[in-house]
Design a protein around this ligand. Structure first.
Ligand SMILES: NC(=O)C1=CN([C@@H]2O[C@H](COP(=O)(O)OP(=O)(O)OC[C@H]3O[C@@H](n4cnc5c(N)ncnc54)[C@H](O)[C@@H]3O)[C@@H](O)[C@H]2O)[C@@H](O)CC1
Ligand SMILES: Nc1ncnc2c1ncn2[C@@H]1O[C@H](COP(=O)(O)OP(=O)(O)O)[C@@H](O)[C@H]1O
Ligand SMILES: [K+]
Length: 502
């Protein structure tokens, strides 16, 4: 699903108004009625006190439409106009008049702190103060109102966006932002809904298709895409009947050190569970018995060193090589990575200490083959590219890093971002149960396996991150978030793949 900017959404609005011969007020009516339907479906007429806070732009206009429908369906509604300016939008004004036709309870005007209503824990608050039109941080008494709503503990539904968030830039430090429990957003998700610093304000997210012009939406260019099942299934290549293990790639996993053999084991298990035809490991001698016992399906080559890796088996012919988990950052490990990068002629995935070695020895980054995949978590990323002031600067830094070295970067997190040059793919599967030791090792195994099976590295990264998240979701359904082990994310991979097409 494309993620559009506020400007693109306004263009889509205009295009829709022109093509569908609908007025902007008609479009507001359509969008806000869909919101009302969602609320009505859940509340089923319950006599809960509903407090709607409306700004004076079109987000406020949506709030007024929702209020009118709620009143007409017998709900207990109080409407508050957050009168931060006198420049009311036309559609706000006409819906203000329409609301007055259905109720004798006039909206209350909020002009300063003295006008704030009491909000009780059991109230249902609707935030229609600001939407995509916010162009500067919320200040003064409006900021205090946001704080008042947030402090109330009442269930809060944000319309289009939690007020205080910009759709396309960082909110700045100490910004006043509504902490929504639920956000009903129009037509496309907004980028800030997925960034680490702002995602928590959104709560549960639902996107409402408000029927904006399909042609415009199809042709508009966006560098940002959200990856759900619909997108993932299009990337998946089903197996053919008449095939053999040689058709599904030979993955070589290199890593491990004394006490950290489990990491490579997880990666190899995950590669085999994702469908690698063959999987070999290259590990220090101390891991030999462990791997052969725990994963008899894998083949094992050992370094001449006992506890640490020091070389790369450069006569080995693999379809893809994954390097880094558990190798440590010793000079010996550095020599192994250097050896690999100087002689490898297959695609490469670098994770964990492999990334730390690159960060410590920046000249090695130049040796990465084109389209190599790097899978840093935020700590490893910072070591590689330096620090950033906000999520938007981070995205810019990763993009230029990706362009400079012609590589793919998977920035891991609650929503992982797959970045290749200007293109950013945002994963929408997974859960906090995956915040557990070794789940990153499992991810490298998935991506490595898919590359070995012939997927283009960027496709392997997008599909791999999605499947990893789905597998984590399957594991969490059975074990609960706290109970998930990384090995179970690997074990459930087949089910995650099967779920794509069933
Ligand atoms: N296609 C769509 O996306 C549709 C959007 N609609 C609604 O329209 C909203 C956008 O409406 P508007 O463009 O009127 O903007 P908003 O209602 O988000 O904001 C109102 C106005 O407040 C002013 N403002 C911005 N920041 C301020 C601040 N910090 N302090 C004081 N004033 C500030 C700006 O002039 C802005 O236009 C969307 O979020 C959505 O709720 C719907 O009504 C219909 C369809
Ligand atoms: N809250 C979360 N929601 C979704 N996915 C998560 C969450 N926390 C972690 N993950 C995923 O789990 C993996 C953790 O990787 P990493 O930090 O490298 O762990 P480790 O080093 O222990 O293997 C990443 O793929 C990340 O996207
Ligand atoms: K809002």
């Amino acid at each position: 699903m494309k993620i559009l900017s506020a400007e693109q959404l306004s263009q889509a609005d205009k295009e829709t108004i022109k093509k569908q011969e609908i007025s902007s007020e008609g479009l507001m009516e359509r969008a806000a009625t869909l919101v009302f339907n969602e609320i009505h479906k859940r509340l089923e007429g319950a006599p809960i006190p509903i407090k709607i806070f409306c700004g004076i732009g079109n987000n406020g206009g949506d709030g007024l439409v929702i209020a009118r429908h709620l009143v007409q369906h017998g709900y207990h509604v109080n409407v508050y106009i957050v009168n931060y300016s006198d420049k009311r939008s036309d559609d706000f004004l006409s819906n203000y008049e329409k609301l007055k036709e259905v109720t004798d309870d006039w909206p209350e005007m909020i002009k300063n702190e003295a006008n704030f209503p009491e909000i009780r824990t059991g109230d249902f608050v609707i935030d229609a103060i600001f939407g995509i039109g916010l162009n500067r941080p919320i200040e003064g008494w409006v900021a205090k109102l946001v704080e008042h709503i947030n402090n109330s503990q009442a269930f809060t539904l944000a319309i289009d966006m939690p007020s205080g968030l910009f759709s396309d830039k960082a909110p700045g430090e100490n910004a006043s932002i509504i902490e929504a429990d639920f956000t009903l957003s129009f037509q496309t998700p907004k980028l800030v809904f997925f960034l680490p610093a702002t995602m928590d304000y959104v709560g549960n997210l639902q996107i409402l298709d408000i029927g904006l012009d399909k042609q415009f939406l199809a042709k508009v260019d966006s560098n940002y895409r959200l990856i759900n099942k619909e997108e993932a299934i299009q990337l998946y290549k089903p197996r053919k009947t008449n095939t053999h293990k040689g058709d599904y790639g030979h993955a070589l996993i290199i890593g491990g050190s004394y006490g950290k053999i489990g990491s490579v084991l997880l990666t190899a298990t995950s590669a085999l569970r994702t469908g690698s035809g063959l999987c070999s490991l290259y590990i220090p001698k101390c891991g030999y018995d462990i791997v052969q016992t725990a994963l008899p399906e894998a083949m094992v080559l050992t370094d001449k060193e006992n506890h640490l890796l020091n070389a790369y088996p450069n006569t080995f012919d693999a379809d893809v090589v994954c390097f880094g988990m558990g190798v440590g950052t010793s000079n010996k490990a550095k020599a192994a990575l250097e050896d690999l990068l100087n002689s490898v002629n297959s695609p490469v995935v670098i994770d964990a200490d492999g990334l730390n070695l690159l960060a410590q020895n920046k000249s090695l980054i130049d040796l990465l083959p084109e389209n190599s995949v790097l899978t840093p978590h935020p700590g490893e990323l910072q070591r590689l590219i330096g620090s950033w002031k906000d999520d938007f600067e981070k995205l810019e830094l990763v993009r230029s890093f990706s362009k400079k070295y012609k590589i793919i970067v998977v920035v891991k997190g609650a929503h992982s971002f797959i970045i290749q040059g200007d293109n950013v793919y945002i994963n929408n599967s997974g859960n906090p149960g995956m915040a557990t030791a070794g789940s990153g090792d499992v991810l490298s195994g998935v991506i490595t396996s898919l590359i070995g099976q012939g997927y283009d590295p960027v496709i392997a990264s997008i599909l791999g991150v999605f499947l990893h998240g789905r597998s984590g979701d399957i594991a969490a359904k059975e074990m609960g978030f706290e109970g998930v082990l990384a090995g179970e994310i690997a074990s459930n991979m087949g089910k995650a793949i099967k779920e794509l097409y069933t």
